[in-house]
Write a protein that binds this ligand. Structure first.
Ligand SMILES: O=c1ccn([C@@H]2O[C@H](COP(=O)(O)OP(=O)(O)O[C@H]3O[C@H](CO)[C@@H](O)[C@H](O)[C@H]3O)[C@@H](O)[C@H]2O)c(=O)[nH]1
Ligand SMILES: [Mn+2]
Length: 733
């Protein structure tokens, strides 16, 4: 039976009210327990078998056997990190309708909404404007919502876009409220069918929207001069004058513009100070907003994740307004859900495990990790642990400070500029004990993790209809590039003094510590995945058996381990409304990442920690190229560019094809019995070959722009030859 747990039912005077939220433990918990026990036993048996083979020297290729042992150890460790915390998955429910009864409208907490953008060319300002408009239109008292936009691109076009947005908002927001629109992101509303049946007023607004969009795009493409006529007043002219000839995105003064409850912030940048990427931008917003509004609740959003449900703030308030959960609640995380994924989700952009399956499980423990967007924070959580406040340098930044001066007053603006300077963080606790944590390219993971370590909790809020919708990369290289950055960031945390496996386990216990090790495991997985992509195959080509033969009882163990892990993964997927096709593609991407982004992320991190190369936060492109999008919608892989990351991938595809053919020929010519010891190796090659189908297609069958560049194929083929020669030399050692 599912157990039901309810939030508080009684209020101050003992009067009974209806609950704001409830949760129940999911029945699949039992299945998970059983699976964990059985699979752990099987893994131990495998280790025993490996030990025996290595110790008693019964292997025909000790080096290769050792390598497969290493690979299995790493896979086993990763398995433990992905499974051991799935013991108490929970599902929550909020009762937004009960909020009005529990809290008076005027007592609702105010919310500061932070939106980050960093590059007007990769992240078109019209997209950021849509995100901002969608949240300004929340069904929440308007005087309690302020939107702060951080522009790390320091782009005139972005400021211009927001001036336009502020004007458009004066028409758009009342329109949304009067018509009780569900769809409050203008771009989506005007291109959806709900609009086609609507009024004259809607048509008028559409014309307004389209002309605003044209002006903004014009400003991005041709610069401010192209749209100068639209800059009406002298004050604005003076603001734009701050873009002097010496102004670059890496070196410029702070620009803060109040467009009443929409505030544009481009923090000061200087080449002599590290700006800590997105974490630095968010901390600048924490401080600037503190001087202006200091709302107790903060929502962080990426420029590409617009609001899909006007009730979302009220939904989050069901937790923040609950006096029982509130004192230790750092944040309420909504899942990242993407629009426009193709049917089979070929790149597994959905990240179901990361964004849906794991958070449900962590929610039953200390809470889900922070994923960078769609997350409501309690401002207090940026200032130390639940039990002890860490004070910032100036009293005005304290989470308890009440702002009395109006938002646009000279004093407020002066202070806002002061806290947005490029050296503000120097010699302060910002980035370590205050605000978003520095030191990792995965600032989201790092911040949530460190908050959990000092005793905060978090909540996963996963309503039926997505609260936010975001964009996912439509080319393989964008996807792998993003993934590589994550790997770099995660590995940095794993190998730091705050490692999830040492510091994390010490502060949160074994289960949460391992749960947090789950993601940093990915770059390490590149080792076993790469080994499994070449070692059994080279051995096969040389007729050397690495695994038990079919008649050996240990054979069954290998089959069990592979099949059970995949079936469990499929089950988890299906239980979270997945499809078989999407699951299949997710396991394919796991293999692809193993020999590309995981591997390169690992290498990049190593190089940068040796001081050989520096790597920044490479922003994912949100551009919509029609031709690319068309190929993506058809479900075809987009290779196209000659990226080094495609080399090991192509090598794996080739070497497995060759070994599979060799193996099958062997069976045909010498008979099954002779090949008994190589069957598992043939199966491994077979699985890889099936998964590599898009790669073969990209190499030989396609002629469009997205095919695999010939250069990559040539380089990979030569390297495969070398590898085989080397393999021949080592396999018998
Ligand atoms: O110096 C920077 C770099 C990035 N950003 C912003 O950070 C956000 C995320 O960047 P994006 O390129 O979209 O990263 P993704 O890999 O797509 O995003 C995931 O991974 C990031 C961490 O690597 C998290 O910050 C994100 O929230 C999470 O969605 C965007 O709004 C950017 O504008 C900045 O503000 N300043
Ligand atoms: Mn993104």
């Amino acid at each position: 039976m599912d157990q039901d747990h309810q939030g508080p039912k009684t209020k101050g005077g003992g009067a009974t009210t209806r609950p704001l939220h409830t949760h129940k433990v999911l029945r699949r918990a039992t299945v998970n327990h059983l699976y964990i026990v059985v699979y752990t036993a099987a893994l131990l048996a495998l280790l025993y078998h490996h030990g025996k083979t290595l110790l008693f020297n019964s292997s025909s290729s000790p080096i290769f056997s050792l390598l497969t042992f290493v690979a299995d150890l790493a896979l086993g460790f990763a398995w433990a990190c992905t499974q051991c915390f799935l013991t108490r998955p929970i599902r929550r429910r909020e009762y937004v309708e009960n909020l009005r009864e529990a809290v008076k409208e005027r007592e609702l907490p105010a919310v500061d909404i932070f939106i980050c953008t960093a590059d007007p060319h990769k992240e078109p300002p019209i997209g950021t404007v849509n995100t901002a408009l969608s949240v300004m239109a929340y069904d929440y008292p308007p005087e309690k919502v302020s939107v702060f936009v951080s522009d790390d691109g320091g782009a005139q076009a972005t400021l211009f876009a927001f001036m336009e947005a502020a004007k458009f908002a004066r028409h758009w927001l009342p329109f949304c409220r009067d018509n009780q629109l569900v769809e409050r992101c203008p771009q989506v509303y005007f291109s959806s069918s709900s609009h086609s049946s609507s009024s004259q007023e809607a048509d008028k607004l559409k014309v307004m929207y389209e002309s605003m969009k044209a002006r903004i795009e014009n400003a991005v493409e041709r610069g401010l001069a192209a749209v100068e006529d639209h800059i009406e007043d002298e004050e604005m002219r003076q603001v734009f004058a701050k873009w002097t000839p010496a102004f670059t995105r890496y070196d410029h003064p702070a620009i803060i513009q109040v467009l009443p409850n929409l505030i544009y912030v481009s923090r000061e940048k200087s080449r002599t100070h590290h700006h800590h990427f997105k974490a630095g931008a968010l901390n600048a917003l924490v401080r600037v907003s503190a001087t202006m509004t200091n709302a107790p609740v903060v929502l962080t959003l990426d420029c590409d994740s617009y609001s899909n449900d006007p009730q979302t703030v009220r939904r989050a308030m069901c937790y923040f307004c609950d006096p029982v959960t509130r004192p230790t609640l750092a944040y309420v995380q909504f899942p990242q859900i993407f629009r426009g994924l193709n049917k089979g989700d070929i790149y597994h952009g959905e990240h179901k495990r990361l964004y849906q399956i794991n958070p449900i499980a962590m929610d039953g423990l200390q809470g889900p990790n922070y994923v960078g967007t769609g997350c409501f924070f309690q401002r207090r959580a940026f200032f130390g642990s639940p039990s002890s406040v860490v004070q910032s340098e100036i009293a005005e930044l304290s989470p308890y400070h009440v702002v009395e001066k109006p938002i646009g007053s000279t004093e407020v603006l002066e202070l806002a500029h002061q806290v947005a300077t490029s050296n503000y963080d120097d010699q302060t606790e910002w980035g370590s004990r205050l605000g978003f944590r520095y030191g990792s390219l995965s600032e989201d993971f790092n911040t949530g993790y460190r908050m959990h370590c000092i005793g905060w909790r978090s909540i996963f809020c996963h309503p039926e209809s997505p609260a936010f919708l975001g964009d996912s990369p439509v080319t393989l290289i964008d996807f792998l590039g993003q993934n590589k950055r994550w790997m770099h960031g995660l590995l940095g945390i794993f190998l730091s003094k705050y490692s999830t496996i040492t510091y994390g386990v010490r502060h949160m216990g074994l289960t949460m510590g391992l749960a947090y090790t789950n993601n940093p495991c990915w770059p390490i997985l590149s080792i076993p995945l790469t080994l499994y992509a070449i070692i059994p195959q080279i051995a096969l080509l040389n007729g050397v058996s690495l695994f038990p033969k079919v008649s050996d009882p240990w054979f069954v163990l290998y089959i069990f381990l592979y099949v059970a892990a995949n079936m469990k993964d499929l089950l988890d997927f299906m239980l979270e409304k997945g499809t078989f096709q999407r699951w299949w593609n997710s396991q394919r991407m796991w293999m692809i990442c193993g020999v590309s982004s995981f591997l390169f992320g690992f290498a990049e991190y190593t190089l940068s920690s040796l001081g050989i190369a520096v790597h920044g936060f490479n922003v994912t492109s949100k551009l919509q190229d029609d031709e690319l999008k068309k190929r993506y919608d058809q479900g075809v892989f987009e290779f196209g560019v000659a990226s080094p990351m495609f080399v090991p991938l192509t090598m794996a595809a080739l070497i497995n094809l060759v070994s599979l053919i060799t193996g099958l020929m062997g069976i045909l010519t010498r008979g099954m019995l002779q090949m008994e010891g190589l069957i598992l190796q043939i199966l491994v090659s077979g699985v890889v070959v099936i998964n590599c189908w898009p790669v073969y297609e990209g190499i030989v069958l396609r002629s469009d722009k997205g095919r695999m560049p010939t250069k990559i194929t040539l380089v990979a083929t030569s390297l495969v030859f070398l590898l085989c020669l080397l393999g021949c030399a080592f396999v018998k050692m």
